[in-house]
Ligand binder design. Structure first.
Ligand SMILES: O=P(O)(O)O[C@H]1O[C@H](CO)[C@@H](O)[C@H]1O
Ligand SMILES: Nc1nc2[nH]cnc2c(=O)[nH]1
Length: 328
C-alpha cells in the first residue's frame, strides 16, 4: 500500500506512522502559562488612574450583546460623566474580537456610585489563556474595586426556564478546571490572594438576597430565577449528549465565560454577583428542531436591554448601601 501523502510513511508492519520531519516544534512560553506580574498590572492600573476622574468601587462586566444596554459606546444613559478607554489604548490589555463586545472600559457613576464597566470581555475560545481573560479583574482590584457584577448570555438548560429570563447565579461548576485549566494556574502571588482560595461562598449570599428583593420592586420576579452556571471552552455550542450530562450534574445555564472571572475575583477578595441572561434554549433532545446561534443571543440581549439596565443600576445602588461588613 502506498503512503497517502508525503507526510505519512508506512512502517515495516504495514501500519501508518507520522513522519517526524513534519511535526511542529512546541516551545513552552513561560509568560503564556504564568500571567503578568503584580508590577506589570500595577503599571496598567496606574495608566488608567492617570486618565480617569473617578476611582471605581464596583466593576461591571457586560455579557454578549449587553454592552449596549447603556447605549452603544458611551453608556451615556446611565453612566454619568462617562469616560471611555478603548482596550487598544490600555497597556498590557487584550483586545475584543467577538461581535457584541465593544472593547472599551467605561468609567463614571451609576446612581452616584463610581463604577467601571467592561464593554466586552475576553474568552478562552478567542485564543486567550484564562489568566489573560481575567486580567481586567485584577486590574479592577488594583484600581480599588471591591465588588464585581459579572453578566453573561447563557443557554437555558433547566426546562422551566424561558428565553429572556434572568438567572441569578447561585453557584458554578468549573468544567474547565476539572481538566486542569484554571486562571490561577502557575506561581501564586500572595499580594493578590492565597494559594488555595475557598470557593464555597463564591456568589455573595447578601447580594443574591438583595437581587431577589429588587426583582420584586421592579416587578420582574416572574422572569428572575436562581441557578447553577457552567462555562465550557467553546466556541461551539453543545451536543445533545453533552447537555444531558450537564443536566444530570445540576447545571441550569451554560455559557463560555464568567467562571474564571469569578475565581479570579474571589482570589483577590472581591464580593461577587453574577447574572445570566437566558438567550436561547439548550436543545437537549434529538427530536427537537432548531440550533443555537450567536445572532439569537445578541437579539435577546437587545430585547432585554431596558430591564437589564434598570436591574443592574438598582443593584449597584443597593450593594453599595450594604457597606463592607457583610459576609463575603
Ligand atoms: O458569556 P458571554 O460573553 O456573555 O457570551 C456568551 O455568548 C457567546 C455565544 O453566543 C459566548 O461568548 C458565550 O460565552
Ligand atoms: N456554551 C454556551 N454558551 C452560550 N452562550 C449563549 N448561549 C449559549 C449556549 O447555549 N451554550
Amino acid at each position: 500500500m502506498a503512503p497517502v501523502n508525503a507526510d505519512i510513511n508506512v512502517n515495516g508492519n504495514g501500519a501508518f506512522i507520522l513522519a517526524k520531519k513534519g511535526l511542529p516544534e512546541i516551545v513552552e512560553n513561560e509568560k503564556f502559562t504564568q500571567g503578568y506580574s503584580y508590577e506589570i498590572l500595577l503599571d496598567t492600573a496606574n495608566f488608567l488612574l492617570s486618565k480617569i476622574k473617578v476611582r471605581p468601587r464596583i466593576g461591571v462586566i457586560c455579557g454578549s450583546g449587553m454592552g449596549s444596554y447603556w447605549k452603544d459606546g458611551s453608556l451615556a444613559e446611565n453612566i454619568e460623566d462617562a469616560e471611555c478607554i478603548p482596550y487598544e489604548d490600555i497597556p498590557n490589555f487584550p483586545v475584543s474580537t467577538v461581535e457584541g463586545h465593544h472593547g472599551k472600559l467605561v468609567f463614571g457613576k451609576i446612581e452616584g456610585v463610581p463604577v467601571v464597566a467592561m464593554q466586552g470581555r475576553f474568552h478562552y475560545y478567542e485564543g486567550y489563556p484564562l489568566w489573560k481573560c481575567c486580567l481586567p479583574v485584577r486590574v479592577m482590584k488594583l484600581l480599588g474595586v471591591d465588588t464585581l457584577i459579572a453578566t453573561n448570555a447563557a443557554g437555558g438548560l433547566n426546562p422551566n426556564y424561558n428565553i429572556g429570563d434572568l438567572m441569578i447565579v447561585k453557584d458554578h461548576i468549573n468544567m474547565m478546571g476539572f481538566a486542569g485549566n484554571n486562571p490561577l494556574h502557575g506561581p501564586n502571588d500572595d499580594r493578590f490572594g492565597p494559594r488555595f482560595p475557598p470557593m464555597n461562598k463564591a456568589y455573595n449570599y447578601e447580594f443574591r438576597k438583595i437581587a431577589k428583593e429588587v426583582a420584586k420592586e421592579l416587578e420582574i420576579e416572574n422572569i428572575v430565577r436562581e441557578g447553577v452556571y457552567t462555562c465550557l471552552g467553546g466556541p461551539n455550542f453543545e451536543t445533545v449528549a453533552e447537555l444531558n450530562m450537564l443536566k444530570m450534574v445540576g447545571v441550569d445555564a451554560v455559557g463560555m465565560s464568567t467562571v474564571h472571572e469569578v475565581i479570579t475575583a474571589r482570589h483577590c477578595d472581591m464580593n461577587v454577583f453574577a447574572l445570566s441572561l437566558i438567550t436561547n434554549e439548550c436543545i437537549a433532545s434529538y427530536d427537537q428542531s432548531g440550533e443555537a446561534n450567536h445572532e439569537e443571543v445578541l437579539d435577546v440581549g437587545k430585547v432585554r436591554q431596558d430591564i437589564l439596565r434598570k436591574f443592574v443600576s438598582r443593584l449597584v445602588e443597593r450593594f453599595t448601601q450594604l457597606g463592607g461588613s457583610h459576609e463575603k
